[in-house]
Each structure stands twice: as structure tokens, then as C-alpha cells.
Design a protein around this ligand. Structure first.
Ligand SMILES: [Fe+2]
Ligand SMILES: [Fe+2]
Length: 172
């Protein structure tokens, strides 16, 4: 890697592979949700994620680079940890709370990745690419906020209730 353009190319290929992995992982997570709002949020974000794959293909076209060629090892690890949550017993509100945790880790990784790539694209003068990366970044931030909202408003409460007397006693 000798230039900032090459660094940006590497980052975008990493993000492209991460999104591709997510299009396979999100349906598995959604399937296990007992909370309908959470299920819906993951399904909505799956559709957004499919759109992000296309948007990244457009970014690559604009930059004259290929989207493929990298495996995002960080996303592999995050998804593996998400699968641990899913395989740990039967679906329950407590599993839902774990799914939110795993999904928010994914969103935060994406927010970091898109934030950095957007800034570099912007500073290199790739305005169209920067704009598209910014749009994806906003979707990831909204998805993260939505998950936070669902945790606070319903899932964590349901999970504490499902935790037995001790969990219920600490409910505020
Ligand atoms: Fe994404
Ligand atoms: Fe995302």
C-alpha cells in the first residue's frame, strides 16, 4: 500500500465483504428473535444492507476499482460471536437482548469503517464516493439508534422479567 487511494480501496473492499457477510448473517439473527420490533428492525436493516452492497458497487465504479478481493476478518469474528449467542439455548427475551448486543457491535464496527472511508474519500476529492459512503454511514447510525431504542423500551425489560424474581425485583 503506497498511496491514500490504495488505502481507501482496501477499506472499501473490506466494507464490501463485511456487508456481503451480513446479508447472510442478519436473516439467521432475525429468525431467532422473540420480540417483533427487533425482528422487524433486523429485517429492515437486511434490506438496507442489500442496498448498501449495491451502493458500494457504485462507489467502486466511480473510483475505478473492484469491490471484491478482501475478506473482512473483523466481521467474521463479530458474526461468529453472534452465532454463539444464537446457539446458547432456546429463543427468549434474554437471547433477544444478546442479539441486540451482537448487532450493535456490528453497527459500531461499520460506523467506524464508513466514517474513516468517507473522510478519506472526501479529502481526496472523490465527492461522489464520499457522498455515497456518508449515506451508508447515516443508515448504520440509524440502525444502531433503533436497536438501542428497542433494548431500552422493550427487550431489556422483557429479559429482566424472564430472569425470574431477582430480575423482576430490579426492574425500574
Ligand atoms: Fe451495513
Ligand atoms: Fe449495519
Amino acid at each position: 500500500m503506497n498511496t491514500m487511494d490504495e488505502l481507501l480501496e482496501d477499506m472499501i473492499q473490506d466494507l464490501y465483504n463485511a456487508e456481503k457477510q451480513l446479508t447472510k448473517a442478519l436473516p439467521k439473527m432475525a429468525k431467532k428473535c422473540t420480540n417483533d420490533d427487533l425482528k422487524k428492525a433486523l429485517e429492515t436493516h437486511l434490506k438496507e444492507t442489500e442496498g448498501q452492497v449495491e451502493k458500494l458497487e457504485q462507489v467502486c465504479k466511480d473510483l475505478g476499482i473492484k469491490p471484491t478481493g478482501k475478506v473482512c476478518k473483523a466481521m467474521q469474528g463479530l458474526i461468529e460471536e453472534g452465532e454463539e449467542v444464537l446457539s446458547d439455548g432456546k429463543p427468549s427475551p434474554i437471547m433477544d437482548a444478546g442479539i441486540i448486543g451482537a448487532a450493535q457491535k456490528v453497527e459500531h464496527y461499520e460506523i467506524a469503517g464508513y466514517g474513516t472511508a468517507r473522510t478519506i474519500a472526501d479529502q481526496l476529492g472523490h465527492m461522489k464516493a464520499a457522498k455515497n459512503l456518508e449515506q451508508i454511514l447515516e443508515q448504520e447510525k440509524a440502525a444502531d439508534a433503533k436497536l438501542n431504542d428497542i433494548a431500552m423500551k422493550s427487550v431489556n425489560r422483557e429479559a429482566m422479567q424472564a430472569s425470574g424474581p431477582a430480575g423482576r425485583a430490579s426492574l425500574k
